[in-house]
Design a protein around this ligand. Structure first.
Ligand code: ADP
Length: 391
């Protein structure tokens, strides 16, 4: 049989000594005899004890049951109760503290040993059960966490899919709408050109006007398609920064040519280039999107024969540009949405647009690691400011 380190808690000296003898006979080591609950807790605090034999009726503040409750809280040591009474009330109290066993006095040695063995066996099984339980709880906890994680991923994927679905239908709607006007224009101009050709009239001016209209309509369709393709790329996270060295004058001339070709308002674009090097290193495609969209908007939303001031300067590796117009401006409460896809302010009237330009500008400025800001007042005009680091 296992030799145990036992603490006896018994206020009757004679009973304690008898118990000690009986236990020692069975090769157990008696760590101490405590007459009160307080004394027992002191002994437990200082010694390594594997079993406590606990009398229920103790003198002092703490009786056996209260002492056992404290032991259960603080230590993981099996307790065997010693009790003189087996009345229901006592047994009920005992059961509440989940004892490992209890012995009813007077007891014989055989009975005592059996109870001790039972207590140790129960304690061992309880510990095994506790261990299994802990493992099980840990597994459940981990599985729940995995499940929650998978659930989150699923929700995210569904949300993304829903957003993409929404975006696709908005693109289809906007693009189809955007195609209608230039297509109608192309069609009627082409028909007119045919009529003029048939009549062999020398309507040179009209021929020029309508071929210009066709050209502009095709350009506007092309720009719409470029925007849509750009967003296809942006959504697939395929917009990379691809820097190359380029001639600044050639670059800005190209942008201005395209903008001027669509200048139906007869707006004057006044340019000012300050300290701009002959060549710089950056991503021309992204820069093109930024300036073409900002300048086109400035022209498009200007009043007839208005002015647009476009100034560029370079300092400490930063290219700063200002695009100022004295056009319709942007109502203050709508300015927060300015860079959102498909946003169009309420004051645009019949001016054509897809609402994609500024969101493209924002995306490009982000990829270029630059900044963009706007100041605008409805009816007075707008000022866009961009700062882009260049090599
Ligand atoms: P759009 O194709 O409609 O021009 P953008 O994305 O380029 O789309 O611009 C979004 C909206 O911001 C425009 O519809 C317009 O309401 C407003 N906006 C942009 N630039 C200007 C500007 N220079 N002046 C007035 N409003 C502007």
């Amino acid at each position: 049989m296992l030799a145990l380190k036992i603490l006896i808690v018994e206020d009757d000296n004679v009973s304690a000594l008898l118990l000690k003898k009986a236990l020692e006979k069975n090769h157990h080591e008696i760590i101490g005899i405590a007459a009160t609950g307080e004394e027992a807790l002191d002994v437990l605090g200082e010694n390594d004890v594997s079993l406590v034999m606990m009398d229920i009726n103790l003198g002092g503040e703490l009786d056996g049951i209260k002492t056992t409750e404290i032991i259960n809280e603080k230590y993981d040591i099996p307790v065997v109760y010693l009790t003189a009474s087996s009345d229901e009330e006592t047994l009920h109290k005992i059961a509440g503290t989940n004892p490992s066993a209890y012995v009813i006095k007077p007891f014989n040695i055989r009975e005592l040993n059996m109870m001790i063995e039972l207590a140790i066996f129960k304690d061992k099984k309880e510990k095994e059960l506790q261990k299994l339980n802990n493992e099980l709880e840990e597994k459940v906890r981990k599985r729940t966490a995995d499940l929650n994680e998978a659930n989150k991923e699923l929700k995210k994927a569904l949300e993304k899919e829903r957003e993409i679905g929404e975006l696709k239908s908005r693109i289809v709607q906007n693009v189809s709408h955007g195609f209608k006007t230039p297509l109608t224009s192309i069609l009627s101009s082409a028909q007119l050109l045919q009529i003029y050709a048939e009549k062999e009239h020398p309507l040179k001016q009209k021929l020029v006007k309508h071929s210009k209209k066709i050209e502009n309509s095709v350009r506007s369709l092309n720009s719409l398609l470029t925007s849509v393709l750009f967003f296809g790329k942006a959504d697939a996270n395929k917009i990379d920064y691809k820097p190359s060295r380029f001639f600044t004058a050639a670059f800005f001339n190209e942008v201005l040519d395209v903008v001027k070709a669509n200048n139906d308002n007869e707006v004057t674009i006044r340019t000012s280039f300050n300290n701009v090097p002959k060549t710089v290193k950056s991503d021309t495609e992204l820069l093109y999107q930024v300036f073409e969209n900002l300048l086109s908007n400035a022209v498009k939303y200007s009043k007839e024969k208005g002015n647009v001031d476009f100034s560029v300067s370079v300092e400490d590796g930063i290219m700063s540009a200002e695009i100022i117009d004295d056009g319709i401006g942007i109502p203050e409460k709508e300015q927060a949405q300015l860079f959102e896809r498909f946003f169009r302010a309420k004051n645009v009237g019949i001016t054509e647009g897809s609402g994609l330009g500024l969101s493209i500008v924002k995306k490009c400025v982000d990829v270029l690691k630059g900044e963009i800001s706007v100041e605008s007042e409805a009816g007075k005009g707008s000022k866009f400011n961009v700062k882009i680091p260049i090599g």
